[in-house]
Every structure is written in C-alpha cells, then in structure tokens.
Design a binder for this molecule. Structure first.
Ligand code: PLP
Length: 360
C-alpha cells in the first residue's frame, strides 16, 4: 500500500523525506557501519547528532542562552510531576488554567505536592473555549502558572499568552510546539512529548529557564530533577537516542522548509481550508468557539451521528485514516500537524464535500 494521509492525534505523521533519510541510514549512519540505534550515546557520532539537534532547535525557536534544552524520556506526563517538584521551592500553591483533559491530568498530579488553584476553567462548556486575560484570577504568590497551549482532544488553542507577571509561565506544548514561532522568553518552562509535532514517541523536550533549575525538593527523584539533566547534557543515563536522531532530522526539515514562520503560514492555510468547509455547511459542525480554534487538531461532528461509521469507512478507503474523534467529543478529529501535507487537507476537504453531496 502507498502511504496514507494519517490524521492521528499522536503518534502522528512524520515528514516523508525524514522517513526516507532514516531508511537510507538505517544500517550505516554516515559511514560509521552502525545504525544510530546501535551507537553508544557517549560516542562522538551520537554526540554530533544530539549537538546538531539542540543547535537546530535553538535556532528554530530562537531559544535564548538563558534556557537549557533537555532531551528526556517519560513523556509529557512525567513533566506533570517534574514541574511542581522543581518549581515549588518553599511555595505551597500553583495556578493551573483548566482547558481540557491534559490540563486536568497536570492538576491531578500537581495536587500531590501543592494546592492547585484554578484561575479559570472552561470545563462547564466542555472545553470549547480558551479563557482570556481578563478572565484569569491569577495569584501573584503562586509558584508558577501552568497552561496547555493546545488542547489536543478538544481542539482549542491559545492565540495569546497569559501575562503572569513575575510568576513563571509553564506550558505543556505537546501538540503545538514548532507549529509557529513563539517568544520563549515569556516562559519559565516549556515541555512537549515528541510524538505529535516533533518525532517518535519516547522523547520529551524540556526548555527551562536556567534560574529555575537547582531548586528541586530534596525528595525529587534524580530522573525528574532538571538539574540532573542540565548538568550532564541530557546524558545522566541513556537518552532516547533514536528518537533524538529522528527529531534532529525533523528540525533540519523545518529549517530547509524556511523555518517556523513559513510553517505557520502553511498551518494557517491548512486549518482555514478545513474550518471554512465545516462552517460553509449545515452537515458538519465545529463545537469550538471560532476565535479559539486549534490549527493542529480539528474536531467536527456530522449532523447525523448514524453516518459516522460510513464516513470513517469511506474516508479510509480513500487513504484518509484515523479520523475518529475522541470519545469525550464524539464525531471526527482531523489532526493536521506540521508533517501533514497540504494535499492531505485538500483530499479530506474534497472527500467531505463529496460525502455531504451524497448523504446530506
Ligand atoms: C499527548 C499529550 C500529552 C501526553 O503525552 P505523553 O508523552 O503521552 O505523556 C500531554 N499533553 C498534551 C497536550 C498532549 O497532547
């Protein structure tokens, strides 16, 4: 079978040139006679791979020197614990803006260590919107303020950054990191599991302001302590070497494509094509407030849910796969991360319009 357009929320599509190159290098990386999977993480070959990956990521996101970049294991979910353990210090509370299931999981974990305060929540409306600055009841005494910049399940995304004053802003960016430029200096910590918009699962990237490192609780496990990994260049133990290598190829692909401003333009165009199709019809519906819609994950429902199975079956027959929505929203969800080609969105739009003509 030829490659499909895979709308999975994660693990998600990777750029085809990256997969091609990885394939070509699978048994012999650059004349080393070894696969990257077989290399010592402390050898000069892998050292050059992780150094290039970090340098390219720093360039793409314009990460200031005052930040560490860490390549870790454990998924974004481990960061739900690492953040409080590293950042609470002698404070007893932190703010968590509640915009969906991933925010709730961060809150649940945070509760083990401190009082979790909710400056705003979109739960009453099933997370169809993003709280705005004037709706936030922020505590200037909080150790940090945690946000989920893109809500993978509900399809909402921050299109502004909360101003938290001197309180460090901590962001779970798992599903929209690298979708466009960001001002890293606005954040205390940015973290992301790789499997949505970076590379394979197994890698978690943490970007942390240097002055926030070194204050972890005494009980903090070494593996969750940012200082452990900052001191050792992410080599305290064996990092996820192959995932770092693929992420590095993705960074190179982004740079060669013109960087994140170009990527953002493409992402805006892709998302607009889908939302315009949904809004132009009475057959499809987006549950999300238009101004808060995600550029990465586009949930939509069919007027008649009895047609869901037929929609999914016919779409799959055309090579448009993994469109089933999350159970908490229902309907469909098209995840259109960086690696989803614009042709994939065009095909989906054409299919949706044809499906509506036949069943609407
Ligand atoms: C997928 C996802 C997670 C969970 O990531 P893991 O790497 O599986 O732990 C957390 N937050 C967001 C926003 C996600 O999309």
């Amino acid at each position: 079978m030829s490659r499909v357009f895979n709308f999975s929320a994660g693990p998600a599509m990777l750029p085809e040139p990256v997969l091609q190159q990885a394939g070509e290098e699978i048994t012999d990386w650059h004349g080393s006679g070894m696969s990257v999977m077989e290399m010592s993480h402390r050898g000069p070959e892998f050292e050059s791979i992780i150094e290039a990956a970090e340098a390219d990521l720093r360039e793409l996101l314009a990460i200031p020197d005052e930040y560490f970049v860490l390549f870790l294991q454990g998924g974004a979910s481990s960061q739900f614990s690492a953040v409080p353990l590293n950042l609470l210090g002698d404070k007893d509370r932190a703010d968590y803006i509640n915009t969906g299931s991933w925010s709730q999981k961060a809150i649940k974990e945070g509760k083990r260590y401190c009082r979790t305060q909710i400056p705003a929540s979109a739960e009453a409306e099933n997370f169809t919107w993003i709280p705005k600055q004037d709706q936030l009841e922020l505590d200037p005494g909080a150790a940090y303020c945690h946000i989920t910049t893109n809500n993978t399940i509900f399809g909402t995304e921050y299109h502004y950054l909360p101003d938290t004053g001197d309180v460090p802003l901590v962001a779970d960016m798992s599903s929209d990191i690298l979708s466009g430029p960001i001002d890293v200096s606005r954040f205390g910590v940015i973290y992301a599991g790789a499997q949505k918009n970076i590379g394979p699962s197994g890698l978690t990237i943490v970007i942390v302001r240097k002055d926030l490192v070194g204050h972890a609780w005494e009980q903090c496990p070494a593996m969750l302590n940012y200082q452990t990994h900052a001191d050792t260049g992410s080599m305290y133990n064996t990092p996820p070497t192959y995932a770092i290598y693929i992420a590095g190829l993705v960074f190179r692909w982004l740079k060669e494509g013109g960087g994140l401003s170009v990527m953002e333009q493409t992402n805006r165009r892709k998302a607009a094509k889908l939302y315009d199709t949904i809004d132009a019809s009475d057959f499809y519906r987006s549950p999300v407030e238009p101004e808060d819609r995600s550029l990465m994950n586009v949930p939509f429902t069919l007027a008649d849910p009895d047609l869901d199975a037929t929609f999914l079956e016919e779409a799959a027959a055309q090579g448009l796969v993994t469109l089933k929505g999350h159970r908490s929203v229902g309907g469909m969800r098209a995840s259109i991360y960086n690696a989803m080609p614009e042709e994939g969105v065009d095909s989906l739009v054409a299919f949706m319009q044809d499906f509506e003509r036949r069943y609407g």
